[in-house]
Write a protein that binds this ligand. Structure first.
Ligand code: ADP
Ligand code: MG
Ligand code: MG
Length: 206
């Protein structure tokens, strides 16, 4: 992975989030305050702008710029949470950026969000999509799977993880205020995490 592929990842993620903005906002209206789609759409527009203004030289730099921008520009909880994933990834990423290096950095990014949000698997948050994606990547590395197939598997795991949040009862974030009433709705952050992984699979295919 080089810097331009990493930029392409955020551009594709921005495109998908923009496309699905209303769906993400609707999901958040059901169990939160109805701003997740607009929050992330705005944040990723700012990320695209920041990446275009100072073209980064390495994947780590792309991740750091994206993370910092999301922290600064997204008002909601998801900004600092996604920001910490990408900033930690940028910090942890070893060169050359092989699949194994990317997977290891992604794992550290997920640990960072778990720590910041005090969220674990099953709490009905973005962690429920990100952690399975991270595990799928790690297994693919272990099994010597090629890059495209590995990220496909990670994207599938994230999508399944997002689906799996539907019957969960939220234990973190705004949705947790609803208690039992949060059951039966997909977590918006898990849905957007699945889009991030879908975007990665798309750019890896090209
Ligand atoms: P806000 O809740 O501040 O309006 P958003 O709507 O943008 O922020 O983001 C909500 C999403 O953030 C949730 O769907 C969930 O996935 C994620 N989230 C919220 N709190 C936490 C937390 N403590 N840990 C992990 N993820 C969280
Ligand atoms: Mg919200
Ligand atoms: Mg909000």
């Amino acid at each position: 992975m080089d810097a331009s592929l990493c930029v392409a990842w955020f551009e594709e993620a921005a495109r998908l989030v923009h496309r699905d903005r209303d769906r993400l906002t609707r999901l958040d209206a059901e169990i939160g305050d109805g701003d997740h789609g607009t929050n992330l759409d705005r944040g990723l527009t700012e990320v695209r702008k920041a990446l275009a203004e100072s073209p980064p030289g390495s994947p780590a730099e792309v991740l750091t710029i994206a993370g910092t921008t999301l922290i600064r520009r997204v008002g909601g909880a998801s900004g600092p949470l996604y920001g910490s994933v990408f900033r930690q990834m940028g910090k942890a990423l070893q060169s050359p950026v092989t699949l194994a290096a990317f997977s290891a950095a992604f794992e550290e990014g997920v640990v960072a969000v778990e720590r910041l949000g005090k969220a674990a698997l099953g709490d009905k948050t973005m962690v429920d999509a990100l952690a399975p994606a991270s595990r799928a990547l790690a297994l693919a590395v272990r099994d010597g799977v090629g890059v495209r197939e590995a990220v496909e598997q990670a994207a599938r795991a994230a999508a399944e993880g997002a689906e799996a949040t539907i019957p969960m009862r939220a234990r973190k974030g705004r949705a947790s205020y609803l208690g039992e009433r949060s059951v039966g709705h997909m977590d918006p952050g898990a849905a957007s995490s699945a889009l991030f992984m879908e975007a990665l699979a798309t750019v890896a295919r090209e």
